[in-house]
Design a protein around this ligand. Structure first.
Ligand code: FAD
Length: 270
């Protein structure tokens, strides 16, 4: 397999740096080709601004989505963005690795998404009409590929459990798994999460590292999270609401968009 790991930690000697070496080492030992985008080492520019669109007239109003669509369509994206898009198309598996900072990804990685996900590349793809709302949520430019997160947290696993004060980890990661990665088509593998890592000792590291190696060994065979596909028949168009009767009784929020085996799918009547 061809694997792209996007790494978002400023310190190579960090725990995340060590886990990255574990992951890449295991993948290479399995014979996979691995490329790494090390955002801090590469001096990644996080914020979208006019410099992203050199073709935009100096007096034109900057409308980021429109400008990125125009630049994508005309081959006028900046070289750093083009290089990342090329890597995404090259890889059949994408891994985003980061420490949880304020309940989400560090700003540099969010900025990578903002800039690399051009209009026409990651969104605004496919037919948009009264009966179809584009190719997204399971379809799109990156369909057929797999993705997963490698995340470390300071908080305990219990703090991120269903009744934990931080909120369930699956809910916190939903905007990334579902909103950023499933959206342009990736099949999302369950995340690898290492909790309570701030005082990890050597024995603790060995356990986390072995758990991570196992996930790297099973990248191709792990079952994806069964998110419902937008165009799979479970949603009404154009409201994009889940059809009445789908989901478990009383279920609300993010969990509704995971197919819990309630019989949803293309052949289901309204
Ligand atoms: P490091 O600090 O580099 O290392 C952690 C521990 O692992 C150290 O004790 C280190 O000695 C040890 N270690 C063991 N083996 C090794 C090895 N081989 N190599 C390197 N180190 C090793 N946490 C939350 O739960 N929720 C949040 O919302 C949150 N927000 C944060 C916001 C910010 C801005 C910051 C800075 C932290 C936040 N944290 C939060 C905590 C954060 O998630 C953790 O500090 C982070 O995940 C630890 O990863 P690291 O790579 O930075 O670890």
């Amino acid at each position: 397999m061809k694997i792209l790991l996007v790494f978002a930690h400023p310190e190579p000697g960090s725990l995340n740096g060590a886990l990255r070496r574990v992951a890449v080492g295991e993948l290479e030992a399995q014979g996979h080709e691995v490329r790494v985008s090390d955002l801090h080492a590469d001096g990644w520019k996080s914020a979208i601004d006019r410099a992203d669109f050199p073709a935009l007239a100096p007096d034109a109003r900057l409308r980021p989505a429109a400008a990125s669509g125009e630049a994508f369509a005309t081959g006028a994206l900046t070289a750093d963005v083009l290089a990342e898009q090329e890597k995404l198309m090259w890889a059949d598996t994408l891994i985003l690795q980061f420490p949880l900072w304020w309940f989400t990804m560090p700003a540099i990685l969010k900025g990578w998404v903002d800039r690399v996900y051009s209009h026409g590349f990651a969104y605004g793809v496919g037919e948009h009409s009264a009966t179809r709302w584009g190719d997204r949520y399971g379809e799109g430019s990156l369909a057929g590929k797999r993705a997963m997160l490698i995340v470390t947290t300071g908080g305990w696993e219990e703090h991120y459990s269903p009744r934990g004060i931080n909120g369930p980890i699956d809910d916190l990661l939903f905007p990334i798994n579902h909103g950023i990665l499933f959206y342009p088509g990736y099949d999302m593998l369950p995340p690898f999460v290492a909790h309570k890592v701030d005082r990890l000792d050597e024995a603790g590291f060995d356990l986390v590292a072995e758990r991570l190696r196992e996930r790297m060994r099973t990248l191709a065979t792990t079952a994806p999270i069964p998110y419902r596909r937008q165009n799979g028949g479970d949603y009404l168009i154009p409201s994009m609401r889940l059809r009445p009767g789908l989901g478990h009784p009383g279920e609300t929020g993010f969990a509704l968009h995971v197919d819990g085996g309630d019989g949803g799918g293309p052949d289901r009547p309204d």
